[in-house]
Design a protein around this ligand. Structure first.
Ligand SMILES: [Zn+2]
Length: 464
């Protein structure tokens, strides 16, 4: 028999409500989760099994709900430094207003912004984050490295979507020419980023996707070659798609077809692709996504903030499309939190044609956990509380003024105020305890992001 010293370190959480988000939506009114090393060993009703060895931590979860950790599938960390600008614009006007400022970012700014974005998400129950970074001004340092470093410091699992733009204004695109890379430069840098940071192993903390920004900022050659590159390297593909009516018009004028047909013609539909927004999709577009297994990052707050419209999430789910949730960049969603997106996804979709049948609270929780894991291609590892999966989980406090009188803990989490996080584990390692990050100093991050935001504003205004 193995001695206690040879056993993996165990954490036992018990006496809490459990929402596993497994295939059957199994829940326990009072149950337990046992973590052994980086994985979940057991989940079930009542107390944890007796006789467990090497239990290093025992958590009484009375008054709490435990769920899988939240998975964010779309974000732009650098925008943490440009929150609260152009607050009354639609997407294209907002982009044109902000591109000149964004083009002045450098490595210290990107690192601080990533720390701010990651810290905000982690303290709100995100255990897997992603950053779609597509602004790479020349000579400004290792921006991808800075973001990966910030994710390691924060302790969350991370996907870096290495973005790019090569269609400047002079080529009919939306970004100014000084904000774009060359086709060759973007492809070479993307391949180097995959080589430097992508880890495909079980429990990987860092993965990289190939992620040209959008049809209106990227050449058709970069879309095509980007898709070929991702498939040669065996990594996923990500971009923005069908976000606004203006984008749809742009695609018809420039390519003679709508966004989904354009994506299909450039190799951008498939099981290894996920796309942000997908607001303006007709029945044929939804059928094409379902046929090819293309995933969607639904970003309800950003879509509302930029008056983009309501994505047809109920129709996507009915068609079998993988759908996750995204914060989107904090220049179009100043809160930068994912747990409030559970509620916003439900509310926004109930304003659509399906009304009260649009989404249930449990479907909203599924979007933010298992749905996100599917979209990132990691459903075998994360997204539900099941034995053998990684111990990425959140213990939400439900016994305070905000939630104590709400009968159903899942409804309380989704429909109630943002719930405090008592404990968040990533691969069995505590990242948040009693609402505070253990990994980085929140106050120091707040100070550095404020300083870097001011420096960026000064540079953008032409001051040194
Ligand atoms: Zn975005």
């Amino acid at each position: 028999m193995a001695s206690a010293a040879q056993q993996p370190a165990r954490t036992v959480i018990e006496n809490c409500a459990v929402a596993t988000v497994d295939a059957r939506d199994t829940e326990y009114a009072s149950g337990h989760v046992v973590v052994a090393g980086q994985v979940i060993e057991s989940v079930g009703e009542g107390k944890a099994p007796e006789g467990l060895e090497n239990v290093v931590r025992r958590v009484d979860g009375t008054g709490h709900l435990v769920t899988p950790g939240l998975v964010n599938t779309h974000h732009h960390f650098y925008q943490w430094l440009t929150r609260g600008l152009a607050t009354d614009h639609n997407l294209f006007d907002w982009l044109v207003a902000l591109y000149p400022t964004w083009a002045r970012i450098d490595e210290p700014m990107v690192h601080a912004a990533a720390q701010g974005s990651l810290a905000m998400m982690a303290r709100g129950g995100v255990t897997t984050a992603m950053d779609h970074h597509y602004v790479f001004p020349r000579g400004t340092g290792d921006l991808s490295g800075a973001v990966v470093r910030a994710a390691r410091e924060t302790g969350v699992r991370f996907t870096l979507a290495r973005g790019s733009m090569d269609r400047g204004e002079s080529d009919g695109g939306l970004p100014p020419d000084f904000a774009v890379e060359s086709l060759e430069g973007a492809l070479t840098a993307t391949e180097e980023t995959v080589a430097a940071h992508h880890d495909a192993s079980f429990g990987s903390m860092t993965q990289v996707a190939v992620a040209p920004c959008s049809p209106f900022s990227v050449s058709t050659d970069l879309m095509r070659h980007g898709a070929e590159l991702a498939r040669r390297l065996g990594v996923r593909l990500h971009t923005h798609g069908s976000e606004t009516v203006e984008e749809e018009k742009f695609c018809h004028e420039l390519f003679g077809m709508g966004p989904t047909d354009y994506f299909e013609s450039t190799g951008w539909l498939g099981e290894d692709v996920w796309m942000a927004h997908c607001v303006h999709m007709n029945d044929a577009d939804i059928a094409a996504f379902a046929r090819t297994g293309t995933g969607v990052a639904h970003c309800p707050s950003s879509n509302a903030r930029l008056a983009a419209g309501i994505a047809r999430v109920p129709d996507m789910l009915a068609a079998g499309i993988p759908v996750g949730l995204g914060v989107d960049g904090t220049a179009s969603n100043e809160s930068g939190e994912l747990h409030t997106e559970l509620r916003n996804a439900l509310l926004v979709n109930r304003l659509g044609p399906h009304r009260e049948a649009a989404l249930t609270a449990r479907q909203a929780l599924r979007l933010g956990t298992h749905g996100g894991a599917r979209v990132l291609g990691r459903e075998a590892e994360i997204g539900s509380l099941e034995p053998g999966k990684l111990a990425d989980l959140v213990l939400w406090r439900m016994d305070t003024l905000a939630h104590a009188s709400i009968a159903d803990p899942v409804a309380a989490l989704v429909l109630g105020a943002a719930a405090p996080v008592t404990l968040s584990l990533v691969g069995g390692v505590a990242v948040v305890e009693d609402g505070r990050l253990l990994t980085v100093d929140e106050d120091a991050v707040a100070r550095s992001t404020r300083a870097e935001a001011r420096r960026l504003a000064r540079l953008a205004a032409g001051e040194s």
